[in-house]
Design a protein around this ligand. Structure first.
Ligand code: SF4
Ligand code: SF4
Length: 392
């Protein structure tokens, strides 16, 4: 038996939200083309599986997919916007060991503005509380930090602490997956300042897991200043993503979709050991996009554990013996920007933001074809309406 992998299963590109930093809702997949249980059964053994979308709970057969994934994966975590409370609760009744991460983009008003879902914050928060009341252990928040919601970062972390839940962070990225090319942080020092506060809160805790999360957030400061990743990216070597069409990809951070093979048509061994997969691995080796998302960083933190571990030891030592807090200015680029040695335009040029580019969407021909006659948002709305009426 080969070694276990880390996989992300994108079960759908349909989404009921309207997030300001992600246009996926305008580019939905057709339900008929989405991953079948038969294809899921062909996946390899995994030590960790993330189930995501779009909004995964928009699939009314999600339970069948999760049931198969639980057989081949040591741990399954579903990322959701938390809107479909009843579906989430129902699934968790059947699978109490599954993990649930609900993305909340700030305090109530900010979240609702960014997410574009009426009452989105209350629904997400209610779902989280109900999951806790049910005794679900692996439950947490996720937040994508940007200029608009950065001031809510620490207050939201404090709410997650009160609820005794995990708190995961990300920042803006551009890729075919988000159908975006224009995401960028404008006021880097302001956003970095809020990350600095969060890092100090995390380092101040008694949880080693949180100390490592502090390192991850330190990496986010480095990322928003457009610098080289703190750790190598080994996506596609022992990590993969699979999209709703069965296409296996290295990650979700590339500009255009990179395909290693198709699991609807191939066996896993054939696909994973193919010349096409090797070609993609070569591209990953020289990829300069420098993403810093948990999907690619978490495996790297485990693999190159000494780098984050040394950072944690140094900062715990400084905090305990020298009473010295973490400062964002320990990043050279943050000092350089403060001291005028680098301009905002130069930093913008280091990002993946491209104001002139047309975003690639990674859809199949069939899914793109439906967008010829109908706006993607309208396709999503009628799909959602049909679901509410119980027709799907
Ligand atoms: S970020 Fe997630 S919830 Fe928001 S539009 Fe994109 S897929 Fe939907
Ligand atoms: S840096 Fe890694 S995760 Fe990002 S696009 Fe490149 S290969 Fe993918």
């Amino acid at each position: 038996m080969g070694k276990k992998l880390n996989g992300t299963v994108i079960v759908t590109y349909r989404c009921n939200a309207r997030c300001s930093m992600c246009s996926r809702y305008k580019a939905p997949s057709r339900p008929e083309e989405e991953l079948s249980v038969e294809t899921i059964r062909k996946l390899p053994r995994m030590y960790f599986t993330n189930v995501t979308g779009g909004e995964p709970f928009i699939r009314t057969d999600l339970r069948d997919i999760v049931r198969e994934l639980m057989k081949i994966s040591d741990r399954v975590v579903i990322s959701t916007n938390g809107f479909f409370t009843d579906r989430i609760i129902e699934l968790c009744r059947e699978f109490p060991n599954v993990g649930i991460r609900i993305s909340i983009e700030g305090l109530e008003q900010t979240n609702n503005e960014i997410r574009g879902l009426p009452n989105g914050y209350q629904r997400g928060y209610t779902t989280l509380k109900r999951l806790r009341e049910m005794g679900m252990r692996d439950v947490g928040f996720g937040m994508t930090v940007q200029d608009r919601n950065a001031p809510d970062l620490v207050p939201l972390y404090q709410i997650s602490n009160e609820l005794d839940m995990e708190f995961a962070t990300a920042s803006l990225h551009n890729s075919f997956y988000f159908v975006e090319t224009k995401n960028i942080i404008h006021d880097r020092p302001m956003v970095a300042g809020h990350f600095e506060d969060l890092i100090n809160e995390l380092l101040n805790s008694h949880s080693p897991k949180k100390w490592f999360r502090a390192y991850f957030n330190h990496g986010l400061i480095n990322y928003i200043y457009g610098q080289k990743r703190l750790l190598p990216c080994d996506m596609s070597f022992d990590t993969f993503f699979i999209d709703p069409y069965g296409d296996v990809m290295p990650c979700n951070g590339t500009r255009d979709k990179e395909v290693m093979g198709n699991l609807n048509e191939q066996s896993w061994e054939e696909l994973w050991n193919s010349a096409q997969a090797e070609e993609v691995r070569k591209k990953v080796r020289c990829c300069d996009r420098n993403c810093w998302m948990i999907g690619s960083v978490s495996p790297a933190m485990h693999k190159y554990i000494w780098k984050p571990a040394w950072w944690v030891i140094r900062h715990k030592f400084l905090r305990f013996w020298k009473k010295k807090k973490y400062s964002m200015y320990e990043n050279k680029i943050v000092r350089d920007y403060r001291d005028g040695r680098v301009t905002k335009e130069e930093l913008d040029a280091c990002s993946t933001c491209d104001l002139c580019a047309i975003a690639s969407n990674g859809l199949s021909e069939g899914s793109n074809a439906q967008l010829q006659s109908q706006d993607g948002e309208d396709v999503g709305k009628s799909d959602f309406a049909a679901q509410i009426e119980g027709k799907r």
